[in-house]
Each structure stands twice: as structure tokens, then as C-alpha cells.
Design a protein around this ligand. Structure first.
Ligand code: RTP
Ligand code: MG
Length: 141
């Protein structure tokens, strides 16, 4: 098992539903520690930069519009196999396919408004954490 960090975003739909605490509780019960955290209303430029890998995908514009539609809660999570663990807690991208008890099954409305983001690999996790947090804003315990 590897001690990892991953970047998590509670998307505008879930922030609007007032379930930040419920989602943090899932992280904590799943053995993940919140080691950095900030609420932010992303600019278009920030959202486009964050999702640059998806720039050529047909859903890119809709994704950016959605991500700037309201404030998001951004956190770095740390724990054993944190990247896979977070994605297990999140459930499938489309909430229709998400396993019962996962964050997306319980809080997401659609593949667009799907409540949370989680990094998908160690390389992307490192880039995504650095995109939002300076090293002085990360507090491992
Ligand atoms: P995320 O990056 O947000 O953690 O989600 P993911 O890995 O499960 O999904 P990814 O393939 O990276 O896609 C990023 C986000 O784009 C939206 N999406 N829409 N309409 C579509 O076909 C479609 N496919 C993806 C989702 O909001 C997804 O979370
Ligand atoms: Mg992804």
C-alpha cells in the first residue's frame, strides 16, 4: 500500500445542495485525511486550464460552464491508496452507473452535474494539487 495524495473537488451542484459536510464525512470514514482545503468560484480560465486534457472532447464547453456556475470546494486528500480510494468513494462518472452508497449515487443528478471530481493517477494528482495549492497550504499529519 502506498501513502498517496489526490485532488478532490466538490462541484457546484453539491455545494449548492449543502452537502459539503456529508461528503467530507465520507472521506474521513474512508480513511482519507483532508490535508488542504479552499472554497473558490473558478474563473473560466482556471476551469479551462484545469480540464485542459479534455479540451478536444465534445463535453468540454458544457463541463467548463458547469464548473464556473457556482463556488466549488477544493481539497487535497491523503491516505493509503488515496487516488483509487477516493474514486471508489465517488462512484462511476455517470450517477446512473454509480454503485449504491457512493457519493455520486447519493448526491449527483447527471453525468454533467456529478457532484465530485477526483484525480485519476499519481501524475495527474500531483499536477492537480499543485494547480490549486502552494506547498505551504498543505498540512499532512
Ligand atoms: P472527474 O474527472 O470529474 O473526477 O470525473 P471522471 O474522471 O469520472 O470523468 P472524466 O472522463 O475525467 O470526465 C471529466 C468530467 O467531464 C464530464 N463528462 N461529461 N457528457 C459526457 O459524456 C461526459 N463525460 C464526462 C463529467 O462531469 C466528468 O466528471
Ligand atoms: Mg477525470
Amino acid at each position: 500500500m502506498a501513502l498517496e495524495r489526490t485532488l478532490s473537488i466538490i462541484k457546484p451542484d453539491a455545494v449548492a445542495k449543502n452537502v459539503i459536510g456529508e461528503i467530507y464525512s465520507r472521506f474521513e470514514k474512508g480513511g482519507l485525511k483532508v490535508v488542504a482545503s479552499k472554497m473558490k468560484h473558478l474563473s473560466r480560465k482556471e476551469a479551462e486550464g484545469f480540464y485542459a486534457v479534455h479540451r478536444e472532447r465534445p463535453f468540454f464547453n458544457a463541463l467548463v460552464e458547469f464548473m464556473i456556475s457556482g463556488p466549488v470546494m477544493i481539497q487535497a486528500l491523503e491516505g493509503e491508496n488515496a487516488i483509487a480510494k477516493n474514486r471508489e468513494l465517488m462512484g462511476a462518472t455517470n450517477p446512473k452507473d454509480a454503485a449504491p452508497g457512493t457519493i455520486r449515487a447519493d448526491f449527483a443528478d447527471s453525468i454533467d452535474a456529478n457532484a465530485v471530481h477526483g484525480s485519476d493517477a499519481p501524475e495527474t494528482a500531483a499536477v492537480e494539487i499543485a494547480y490549486f495549492f502552494a506547498s505551504t497550504e498543505i498540512f499532512p499529519r
